[in-house]
Design a protein around this ligand. Sequence first.
Ligand code: ZN
Length: 195
Amino acid sequence: MIGMGEEKTTYVIPGDVLAYSEEYLPGKNTLEENSRIISATSGEVKKNDKELVASVDNGIKRILPRIEDIVYGKIMKNDSRQVSIQIVGIEQNGILENYMADGYIRNMQDYKKEDRRAQTVHIGDLIRGKVIRVGQNLEITLNGNRLGVLKSRCSRCREVLVLKNGVLFCENCNRSEMRKIAPDYGSPEFGEMKK
Ligand SMILES: [Zn+2]
């Protein structure tokens, strides 16, 4: 920017003085102390010279989940009534972002029998799902081409299950388990994908 709107980028840490109270009003992430506006966070100073507000942008993006967004998470609970998911990541516009939220898969009884198979998971499974309802918690489905379990452990011995002839298999117990698996089962986990 040039001219009147010209602004220097200034980074501050908590406690740095941004301005005096007679010049600006305290904005986001600031405190007012002894007629001074002080930063309450680390980040970039933003001074609005029209409204005379000084604030600090700490760079934390607020993510609003939308229907059809892809999410990554871990199955925390799975009983006959509900599957609970701790969501740790979200994919928006092809970009993976860290994102913490509670999700769930609807009561299995509400699914038609043939659709239930598409939601077969076990506690501890890492999954890739899709948001189908946005509310206080996110409703997730695993029914879709890319969707399903990415990593799973044997429910008997906790060994990581391997894919063998299209079936999840425990080489320790010599037995197979049923899951709705993603086509890239065994690929890097969410944390590793982001790197
Ligand atoms: Zn096993």
